[in-house]
Design a protein around this ligand. Structure first.
Ligand code: ATP
Ligand code: MG
Length: 508
């Protein structure tokens, strides 16, 4: 049963909450109630202030003004530990902020309990394993002792995200806050999360859930609130009017000009892959990618889609096989060689792989193309700034200007910068690994339009994703990967979503 009983006393009440970063007034008076046994979805464009709000509730940021009330009493969530002790558990958007490097997976799982002294300080790793296994099991993660003992940096981002979720769920909190928890997960993992979240709701937990995926919000939430320009501008109970929510979030007309682009048909092979083993133990794959169209590669975690993209980009040694690019042999030993041949990759783990802390937005954008900005051997700051301003404009990046440091951008805006970086030039092959991750619906439209324009102009565009609706939105041809094998390869217009989903779970 969905409870929409607002007569119930809120677990956590936000009253006139404000937050400024210097002159930047991000939150201008947010009023919101989080009610026990209720999932409240928080929507807002990239840079609207959702994560800032959440960091206040998690004790990471101090509010500039306003009040928080927990169970009717004013509360000071002055530190992450104070928040955790008060029963407010948070899964932050940026995984790096919450993973503790140098510790094992088990210690990371138990980190808050260790810090709150609920379990004894790390006497031996072995003594932690039974409890760590139990916490992992809340999300049906069958992590064995060897997995739990390894250093956390061995984990991919999806596993890190599952770890942080399991950590937050290790006790039943009063308030649970999830900041885009599914953006790194595939459908399977996301569904596991949904069932746990629904279970906690039924146990009376007040849940705040941030996501850019409307289908998720519709399926999961009991209430929604839209944050825009520092205030809650729209609040709804079920049944939701999502059109109204999106308009409140982005303004009139943002989605109206998103005219459908015509289906593209490839103009001939650009990239040809032969006898390539995606994993050392998988059987060899042959596949061609055409210029002039968008190919979507979809698969669950472990399907090998990122591995395939990295092999093409020279970031991963392939165990076997050969490639040709535009008819010429192509065997990049590193990404630099691939870039030199016109093969670009927008990586999945963008923040970790492409953001240098403290760097300006414009330098982050121009880094791979610095030689283009040279004038008589000297970097032209004016041209770099112009290119930066153009990218900010084209992708609607919320930033104070091309000189702003990338660290201070919101998560979605950092993602947009990295996508924008690789769309500044016309490549022969453009590989986009989960390009919609963390970006709002408006930006998602912009990215898919730009990608399709690039294909229409003659690039082979290859988009990798794990969501059926996302691949539908962008691809002319769809390839399904399962454990390094191709289980489906068809024109998008010839296949149904059911066929795609079925092929994604086809076993050998
Ligand atoms: N530590 C900081 N210093 C300065 N400005 C910041 C800082 N953190 C956030 N901001 C600014 O606050 C605004 C809101 O950022 P926030 O991360 O809260 O957005 P968001 O709604 O979570 O967006 P997204 O959907 O992209 O995650 C942005 O303009 C950002 O540049
Ligand atoms: Mg955010």
């Amino acid at each position: 049963m969905h409870s929409t009983d607002t007569a119930q006393a809120p677990a956590l009440r936000l009253v006139g909450l404000t937050k400024n970063f210097g002159a930047n007034r991000v939150l201008k008076g947010v009023d919101l109630d989080l009610v026990p046994g209720t999932i409240t979805a928080l929507l807002g464009a990239n840079g609207a202030g959702k994560s800032t709000l959440i960091k206040i509730l998690a004790g990471v940021h101090e509010p500039s003004g306003g009040e928080l009330r927990l169970g009717g009493e004013p509360v000071d969530l002055g530190s992450p530990m104070a928040a955790a002790r008060a029963g407010v558990r948070t899964v932050h958007q940026r995984i790096d902020d919450a993973i503790v490097p140098g510790l094992s997976v088990a210690e990371n799982l138990l980190f808050e309990d260790i810090a709150l002294k609920e379990v004894r300080p790390v006497a031996s790793l072995r003594s932690l394993l039974p409890r760590a296994r139990k916490i992992a099991a809340t999300l049906d993660l069958d992590w064995d002792d060897a997995f739990l003992r390894q250093d956390v940096h061995e984990l991919g981002i999806a596993d890190c995200q599952m770890l942080l979720l399991a950590r937050a769920l290790s006790t039943t909190p009063q308030v649970l806050i999830l900041d885009e928890p599914t953006s790194t997960l595939s459908q399977n993992e996301a569904e596991r999360l949904f069932s746990v979240v629904a279970r906690l709701r039924d146990r009376g937990v007040a849940i705040l859930y941030v996501s850019h995926r409307l289908s998720e919000i519709n399926a999961l939430a009991d209430r929604l609130a839209v944050l825009r320009d520092g205030r809650i501008v729209n609040a709804q109970h079920l049944p939701f009017d999502l059109q109204e929510a999106v308009t409140a979030m982005l303004g009139e007309g943002v989605l109206a000009d998103a005219a459908e682009l015509e289906e593209l048909h490839g103009t001939g092979t650009m990239l040809s892959i032969r006898d390539h083993r995606i994993f050392p133990e998988s059987s060899p794959v042959d596949v061609d990618f055409a210029a002039g169209e968008v190919t979507g590669i979809i698969g669950l975690i472990g399907s090998g889609k990122t591995e395939l993209a990295e092999a093409v980009f020279g970031a991963r040694r392939s165990a076997s096989g050969s490639m040709t690019l535009d008819g010429e042999p192509f065997a990049p030993r590193d990404p630099k060689q691939a870039i030199g041949r016109g093969v670009y990759l927008v990586p999945e783990d963008r923040a970790a792989q492409g953001m240098l802390p403290g760097w300006s937005l414009m330098r982050t954008l121009s880094l791979p193309f610095l030689s283009d900005f040279l004038r008589n051997g000297i970097l032209s700051p004016r041209r770099e700034r112009e290119a930066g301003a153009a990218a900010i404009d084209r992708f609607s990046v919320v930033a104070t200007g091309p000189g702003q440091s990338v660290d201070a951008l919101s998560g979605g805006n950092q993602q947009k910068v990295m996508v924008a970086r690789w769309m500044q030039r016309a490549p022969r092959v453009l590989l986009l690994d989960e390009p919609f991750r963390g970006v709002d619906i408006g930006a998602r439209r912009v990215i898919s339009h730009r990608a399709r324009e690039q294909a229409a102009a003659g690039s082979a565009v290859i988009m990798i994703c794990s969501d059926v609706d996302e691949v539908r939105e962008i691809a002319d041809r769809i390839i399904v990967l399962v454990e390094g094998r191709i289980t489906l390869d068809a024109r998008a217009s010839d296949i149904t979503n059911e066929q795609i989903i079925q092929s994604m779970t086809e076993v050998a």
